[in-house]
Write a new protein. Sequence first.
Length: 262
Amino acid sequence: MTAIEVDGRRAALADDGLHTDPRPLLLIHGAGHDHGVWRAVAGGLVASGRRVIAPDLPGHGASAGPALAGIPSMAAWVLALADALGLERFALGGHSMGALVALATAAAAPERVSALFLLGCRAPMPVASFLLDAARTEPAQAHALINKFSFAPAERIGETRRQALEAANLERLQAQPATVLAIDLAACDRWPDGLAAAAHVRCPTLLLCAAYDRMTPTETSRPLLQALQAGCDARLLELPDCGHGMIDEAPAAIIEALCPPG
């Protein structure tokens, strides 16, 4: 981990790989998490020769707060982070809320983003009212609900593996400040502009979906795919035998999808 100053506050990030890599890749975590969710994926990408930068968003992990309350403000922060790192042009990926942030960033500065990877993403991204309420008033219940909906069924991946995935995910969720998850989920729920933003994206874009995703099912991602295809080369890839927690469930497949040849 390292830290730099962004907008006058401490920003913590993992910055691995050769800094001479002409294709640096920024990876943005999802709601209620921090950069650690990318650890396995980032390690595989670095081993392939990529420079991978995975920050903690404000108020998450070791980055100073407060947490930002809107997707556009998070996107502006990502661009400020890129400025602080001296990145004129970079590839960008995100998972779930992080995918919305990546989408908004690529729309705001299309000339700076060379490739876009959206994992577990739909636009808009409404959040069930019972989950929003639980995140505000009963964080433990919200964590349990997220675990319930995050992974492929035990009959597909095995009960022992699913329990291990849930335990690791719960540990990460509990490590964040109590208010962060509610702020993040509300930001997702309240951002109506994803399809409009997609029309401004100009770089090659990959939508990575999961066959057992109960939060952002593949079919709900297709309107976003169509909106992206109006302005860029966009395609959709569905991963089998995993759910919304695809980063944990299928890191090897994600490494392969995010690591272009050459």
